[in-house]
Design a protein around this ligand. Structure first.
Ligand code: SIN
Length: 333
């Protein structure tokens, strides 16, 4: 009897997951959360009056153009609807493909073969190998997630990318999290049939800090439930540029991606929105401006074509966490 009950309580998340994963029949999107009905728009979140000078540099629009929502059924969950400029999206997509999978970062391909620089070795020019291109499913940054033990360690840690830490800091400050430190990230690469099964993210020592999740390229159905799998999950459509933030009660909730959907819009190609930025636009003491300005602007030319072809058929998700408690530098502190 007990066993029967246990199977039953497991079912609600799985039932919805299978429903949205199915191709025959295709799921109806009728019950996907509607921004107008199921969310509350939030304004003046952290009393930020002035725009952060870093927004432009990091490919973000001014705060005044951001649309941020909370969910009636999921306290602690925030959705910021694509606050990126078109060039901003291109900048981040390119980082995820060209730079983040490079060594010393870890990827799923490491198990099979040693590739120093996935994009240059397998995705460019003559070496273009579609099969190997599609094999990349994840890259880890900073404290590398250990998929077997689920335990972070100092031995398995590399430098966290500065620009990604700054991006998270801008979003964290905007939401009122003034002490967030980006220390670990998983970049997930999805193709049209890919899924990600139900899980919670609980390996971090600091579970009070929020988790920031950025989506680029094709769209996805994202399921979020409660602290048990018995809780009926909600389905949220995530489009390119959207930022989902899991904080407070939502931080440890089960979530999954049962389906990748073709994007209805391609905001990374929306050039009217993006103007080339110059160093004078960005008065900031924070990061190496010159390098980012050059990187941001070069994506208007034909250097972008290969990255554009990739996201035409794929989705990229970057989810970033703080691992350590405040004011700690290492796990051993
Ligand atoms: C994750 O939970 O690890 C990824 C979620 C997503 O792809 O949106």
């Amino acid at each position: 009897m007990k066993r029967v009950l246990e199977t039953k309580v497991e079912d609600n998340f799985m039932i919805r997951f299978k429903y949205y994963k199915s191709n025959k029949p295709k799921p109806s999107l009728e019950e996907v959360i509607k921004i107008q009905n199921d969310t509350i728009e939030v304004n003046n979140i952290s009393n930020i009056i002035e725009n952060d000078p870093r927004t432009k540099l990091l490919g973000l629009k001014d705060f005044t153009n951001w649309k941020t929502y909370t969910f009636k059924k999921h306290p602690g969950l925030f959705l910021i609807l694509n606050p990126f400029t078109s060039l901003g999206q291109r900048f981040w997509i390119r980082k995820c493909l060209e730079e983040y999978p490079k060594k010393p970062n870890k990827t799923n391909i490491d198990i099979e073969r040693n590739i120093e620089d996935w994009w240059s070795e397998l995705c460019k020019g003559e070496q273009w190998d579609r099969k190997l291109q599609k094999k990349l499913r994840w890259t880890t940054l900073g404290y590398h997630h250990n998929w077997d033990t689920k335990v972070y360690s100092e031995e398995n840690r590399d430098v966290f990318p500065l620009e990604l830490a700054e991006l998270c800091d801008v979003v964290a400050q905007y939401l009122g999290y003034v002490n967030f430190n980006a220390e670990a990230a998983i970049v997930n690469y999805y193709h049209m049939g890919s899924t990600l099964s139900a899980h919670t993210d609980h390996s971090e020592v600091n579970l009070e800090a929020p988790l920031f999740s950025f989506s680029f390229g094709q769209s996805a159905i994202f399921l979020i439930g409660g602290h048990e799998k018995s809780y009926e999950p909600s389905a949220i459509l995530l489009n390119s540029g959207d930022i989902l933030v899991m904080s407070k009660e939502a931080r440890l909730c089960y979530h999954a991606v049962p389906k990748i959907l073709p994007a209805l819009n391609q905001p990374w190609n929306n050039h009217e929105e993006s103007k080339i930025i110059t160093c004078d636009d960005v008065k900031t003491k924070y990061i190496n401006i010159k390098k980012i300005v050059t990187e941001m602007n070069r994506n208007v030319d034909n250097e972008w074509t290969c990255f554009g072809s990739y996201v035409q058929e794929s989705r990229i998700n970057v989810n970033v966490r703080q691992v350590l408690m405040e004011n700690r530098k290492t796990l051993d502190d």
